[in-house]
Ligand binder design. Structure first.
Ligand code: HEM
Length: 490
């Protein structure tokens, strides 16, 4: 009797696990052989399991456009073909819509992200440009001070510096603060950067799996509460993202030209302060690492290719200025820099995987395959961007592959999906480009940057801790002041 019980229990567990792991075979989808090995359990227990690498490895097996895999006990479908991913995410009438930004107010239901996207329109960004330049100047003065203090020979971890630059941008534009975290090290935003630089609290591999709250949520909410109440009470205007969030909260449109807030009664406001704080924290989470990693990894690549640096410096030298001051509109002229940024996103997408849940069952056009409601779909950007089928010599850094991409053999133009696909594309991409360009312009104008070749070879770049990409031990770069006269300040 006592012997029968464990045998029975073992048999039930065995059959249940076997049933789960036969999901894709039963549904007729091509799938990987699945099982739980001791080494997998050991890695999972020690939090060493590399989800992103495992998913990319699965992408490389087989030839089918779809592949069924299992994330622990969850059946997941990997889309291995860009055209198919586009069909499914773009044209499938809500079968794969992301509900994360759905918002209900009274009888109204809307997608908050869609409503807020005009915040990042070119006209709005142009007016925020002054703040971005100021934050860029803080980065340069900090480096110059360090250089002076060390008597001219300066070596810094640029990854860490650029994370502070990114948090200063976020502090200035999203939280509406004139804070310089290079100097004010005890500020909550400084603590946010230092804490998240170590082991991130999450081991997720997509944005939708980031934890909703962190230990900083309440302190960040206090920042927003103070700023919103202060501006609403005194009718203050500061041309930043927070101002537009306050306009939206008061039912004013965010796309036009006005910055002033036409106040609504408390009960008629569209967003509570708590909700504004949640939007701000979400923006912080998606922008901090994506922006800082893009600048860091662009520098990592170009500093190994002196010709690229020369081309960028020549392009920067030709930038149009007004009264010696860089204008927002001039950034458009940096075509080569644009290709570099795109190439960095291709080779090192900050977000390696796009994930969607199937909301209502979907039959793939002209096939017998039906994806059931509740099934998770993953588009592995990282693996697609490093697939020879789409990009020739994918591990080489070649910005010019995007020049006339449609005609070039170097890449299939639609295979670049670093900012997402279809309606749910990254709303902040223009903002990201502006912020990244300002940092690169200022660094390349003011310094000769040098990366030790031997060290560069050993730099480990990974999505660990996931989801964002970074170098394991920072990016140590030697800086020396450039003595050239620039056409504009800093
Ligand atoms: C190089 C920089 C960046 C890259 C490569 C990037 C890429 C992406 C990608 C791939 C997605 C997912 C799209 C999808 O699910 O279909 C995304 C979503 C998003 N991005 Fe970006 N992004 C960058 C910077 C930024 C910045 C600076 C902001 C805002 C200030 C921003 C705001 C957002 C938001 C709000 C979402 C939606 C998030 C969600 O649904 O959870 N991004 N981005």
């Amino acid at each position: 009797m006592w012997l029968l019980l464990p045998i029975l229990l073992y048999s039930v567990i065995f059959l249940a696990v076997r049933h789960i792991y036969s999901h894709w075979r039963r549904k007729g989808f091509p799938s990987e052989r699945a099982g739980i090995s001791w080494s997998f359990l050991h890695q999972a227990y020690r939090r060493e399991f590399r989800h992103v690498d495992a998913i990319c490895e699965a992408y490389q097996t087989g030839r089918e456009r779809l592949l069924g895999i299992y994330c622990f006990f969850r059946p997941v479908l990997i889309v291995r073909n860009v055209a198919l991913a586009q069909t499914m995410l773009q044209q499938s009438n809500g079968h794969f819509s992301d509900l994360k930004w759905d918002y209900v107010k009274g009888y109204r239901r809307f997608n908050l992200l869609e409503k807020l996207s005009p915040i990042f329109a070119t006209k709005r960004l142009a007016e925020m440009f002054g703040h971005v330049q100021r934050v860029g100047d803080h980065l340069i003065s900090h480096l110059l001070d360090l250089e002076q203090a060390q008597g001219g020979a300066l070596e810094v971890d640029l990854q860490q510096m650029l994370r502070v630059y990114a948090i200063n941008i976020i502090g200035s534009l999203i939280y509406g603060l004139d804070v310089n975290n290079f100097e004010q090290k005890d500020h909550i935003l400084s603590s946010y950067v230092s804490r998240s630089a170590g082991n991130a609290s999450s081991q997720s591999f997509t944005l939708s799996r980031l934890p909703q709250k962190s230990s900083f949520t309440y302190r960040l909410r206090d920042l927003i509460k103070q700023a919103v109440e202060h501006r609403e009470e005194h009718g203050l205007i500061r041309k930043d993202i927070l101002q537009l969030l306050i306009r939206f909260r008061n039912g004013n449109d965010v796309g036009g030209e006005k910055w002033q807030v036409d106040m609504k009664n408390e009960e008629d406001k569209l967003l509570s302060i708590k909700r504004v704080a949640k939007v701000a924290e979400d923006l912080l989470k998606v922008s901090l690492d994506s922006v800082s990693s893009n600048i860091t990894l662009t520098l990592f690549e170009i500093l190994q290719e002196p010709l690229i640096v020369e081309k960028l410096q020549a392009e920067i030298k030709e930038l149009a200025t007004e009264n010696n001051v860089l204008k927002f509109e001039a950034l458009e002229g940096l075509k080569y820099m644009d290709m570099c940024l795109k190439e960095t996103v291709r080779k090192y997408p900050p977000l390696p995987i796009i994930e969607r849940i199937c909301r209502k069952s979907y039959t793939l056009p002209n096939t017998k395959f039906t994806i059931d409601e509740g099934i998770t779909l993953m588009v592995p950007l990282l693996a697609i961007h490093r697939d020879e089928k789409y990009f020739s010599e994918p591990l080489k850094y070649k910005p010019l592959r995007f020049l006339h991409a449609e005609k070039s053999d170097e890449c299939q133009s639609n295979a670049f999906i670093g900012f997402g696909i279809g309606g749910a594309q990254c709303v902040g991409q223009n903002f990201a480009r502006m912020v990244i360009k300002v940092a690169l312009i200022k660094l390349l104008q003011n310094f000769h940057l040098e990366l030790d070749a031997a060290r560069a070879e050993n730099i480990e770049i990974s999505h660990q801790p996931a989801p964002f990409i970074r170098t394991k031990d920072g990016l140590k770069v030697r800086l020396k002041r450039r003595e050239i006269k620039s056409k504009f300040y800093n």
